[in-house]
Design a protein around this ligand. Sequence first.
Ligand code: MG
Length: 166
Amino acid sequence: MIPKAMQDAMNEQIKNELFSAYLYLSMAAHFESKTLSGFANWLRIQAKEELGHAMKFYDFILERGGQVTLKAIDQPPSSWNSNLEAFEQVLAHEQKVTKNINDLYELALKEKDYPSQVMLQWFIEEQVEEEKNATEIIEKLKMIDAHGTAVLMLDHELAKREPEEE
Ligand code: MG
């Protein structure tokens, strides 16, 4: 049985992951409306991944005899002043999620909840990847900010992203 404190914190994390999906879907719509469909593609796939993250917590709580309680999701922003600003928000958001995951791990240690510790290790590694991906896009955007052609090239590169195998 999952400890009550862990169950409650993981229910909160389901909301955080679903908010990530909401935020990235909102950004995808923003880029789509600016005809940067490669950026939109990357963000749509990212949003799907976030939904998958929420489901990992959802399934884990249920597997361990806990209760899933879905919380209200905040409304995400719907426009950004620049491409760079949007991806800086992606990174800032992922850094917040990293802190959420680290706090969950801390709680799992305190509760001596070994199954949760093992499960959360996947998320700890995933967050390293998420921050790295966002940072790389930001660095490229900084290099090319004044040059529209290069933005189109990056859009083309991001268009190539395909969903990972489940
Ligand atoms: Mg996530």
